[in-house]
Write a protein that binds this ligand. Structure first.
Ligand code: CA
Length: 510
């Protein structure tokens, strides 16, 4: 009996903390900063090294060449005048930020924040399934295959990578035709050597293979929207989340930059977290200016993101489509974030069957799974009408979605209707004039809350559902056996939580 009570207690504590698990700490990459110089300064790499070396030498009262070399520019983005730098050991980020801020040439400087693919309970989310016979191309259940035969559209899956050898994915991988595989050269001059199917920004190599499983599952959902007889979607694998599910602002920006420059029209972002990052916001604005559709997971903290900041959803850049997760009855999933301003539509996100690495399939739940559904719909629309503007794609997806009583007041519109969206898109005249980007009219308190890091929840993309007894996944998850022993209790507690929450909803609605 004692054991049961303590199990209940542990479950309860985990349940309570689980709601906030993504909000506990804003993680950052030690020793790294992201700096934006003002437009007029046009600082090259040499100038940045000099400026930073000056600060350091002031601090150390030394000015040797060796020390100057300790500062390393990891990446530079000319389109935004943003530079990702590594500072020497012994320098604190706080000191560097404080000093760099004083410089006239600098518009802003910020830490390199870390993101995570899901909550700490990720080991429970995986349930392997036998391959189901399915009419859809990817062998996944999420999408209804849409009849089409349009132009090929590339979807960048900015995630943990993709198992590009999976039989349901391999034929639909994006291929960089300007690159000769394995010759050790950057044949197309895009800055990356041998980048055939995308790139791995975590390990800095040309192999974006999925050493987690999240990105492979997401990719299968994107592909599930197309008709296997007339495939039009290509997956560009951009790995910026590690095998443990972590990634940084700097690498997210590189992935977004790569997607824009290499022709992906739709960017799938089933991840979230971090503090407010002006640099990440600038990268999303760059995708806006390049006419890309930027699809974002609302997050799984069960919070109102109109009230509490959660990134990326709270950036509110107009080409973003932020997606909530719905259950099979098109009700808001219990874990899904919501907010009628920040969250635009809902899509299936509970127990979604899709591809997993090593020719496997399985079920996962989360706004991570709802997001690629919408990315797939956007790609199908663009295959029919390639010149559509991002805001047209978004408007059609929102206008054709169907709301119901349970969604009203929680998400901006309703449940995405793929067939209607594609039909309307194919008969819509493209408007190629992209309006200039104007910052969203977010409540002033948002900015200040965000700057202080006082957010209520991060946009974790994936939630746990059912635990796996599969060795491949439990062993890599690093979770102890103890934690794997109470999922049923956990689910039971969640159901109690869900019931209570639903009742509150009823009171609010009446
Ligand atoms: Ca290349």
């Amino acid at each position: 009996m004692k054991t049961i009570i303590s199990l209940v207690l542990v479950s309860f504590v985990t349940l309570v903390s689980g709601s906030f698990v993504c909000a506990e700490e804003i993680l950052r990459q030690e020793g790294e900063l992201i700096i934006k110089f003002k437009a007029q300064s046009q600082s090259g790499e040499e100038d940045i090294l000099k400026v930073l070396a000056d600060i350091i030498s002031f601090h150390h009262l030394k000015n040797t060449l060796e020390e100057e070399k300790e500062v390393k520019v990891l990446n530079s983005y000319a389109w935004a005048n943003i530079h990702h730098v590594q500072i020497p050991e012994g320098e604190t980020l706080e000191h560097m930020i404080e000093e760099i801020k004083k410089l006239d040439e600098v518009e802003y400087v910020e830490p390199n924040y870390l993101f995570h693919v899901g909550a700490s309970t990720e080991a429970m989310d995986y349930q392997e399934a036998a391959v189901q016979s399915s009419a859809s191309s990817g062998g996944t259940q999420s999408g209804q295959a849409l009849a089409s035969g349009g132009q090929s559209v590339t979807v960048a899956v900015i995630d943990t990578g993709v198992d590009y050898t999976h039989k349901a994915i391999a034929p639909y991988m994006w291929v960089n035709t300007g690159e000769i595989p394995g010759n050790g050269k950057d044949d197309d001059g895009n800055g990356y050597v041998d980048d055939i199917n995308g790139y791995d920004f975590v390990n800095n190599d040309s192999d974006p293979y999925d050493d987690h499983y999240h990105g492979t599952h997401v990719s299968g959902i994107v592909l599930s929207l197309q008709d296997s007889l007339n495939p039009v979607i290509k997956i560009m694998a951009l790995k910026f989340l590690s095998k443990d599910g972590y990634g940084s602002t700097g690498d997210a920006i590189r992935a977004i930059d790569y997607a824009i420059k290499n022709g992906a029209k739709v960017l799938n972002n089933s991840w979230g977290g971090g503090g407010y990052s002006q640099a990440l916001s600038d990268a999303i604005v760059a995708s806006y200016n390049a006419n890309r559709v930027f699809v974002v997971a609302a997050g799984n903290s069960s919070i109102d993101v109109d009230q509490y900041t959660s990134y990326p959803p709270s950036y509110l850049i107009p080409n973003m489509i932020t997606v909530a997760a719905l259950d099979s009855s098109t009700n808001l999933a219990w874990f899904s974030n919501y907010g009628p301003i920040s969250v635009h539509v809902g899509a299936p996100g509970v127990s979604i069957y899709s591809t997993l690495p090593h020719q496997k399939y399985g079920y996962l739940s989360g706004t991570s799974m709802a997001t690629p559904y919408v990315a797939g719909v956007a790609a199908m629309m663009l295959s029919q009408q390639p010149e559509l503007m991002h805001l047209q794609v978004k408007k059609i997806i929102m206008d054709t979605s169907v709301s119901n009583a349970s969604l009203q007041g929680y998400i901006g519109r309703g449940s995405v209707e793929p067939e209607d969206a594609v039909t309307v898109a194919s008969s819509t005249t493209p408007d190629t004039n992209i309006p200039p980007y104007e910052a969203s009219s977010a409540p002033p308190s948002w900015g200040s809350v965000a700057q202080k890091g006082g957010q209520a929840g991060m946009g974790c993309g994936m939630i746990s559902e059912l635990y796996a007894d599969n060795d491949d996944f439990t062993s890599s998850s690093g979770m102890s056996l103890f934690f794997l022993s109470w999922p049923l209790l956990f689910v039971l507690m969640l159901k109690i939580f869900l019931l209570n929450r639903r009742q509150k909803f009823v009171f609010r609605q009446f």
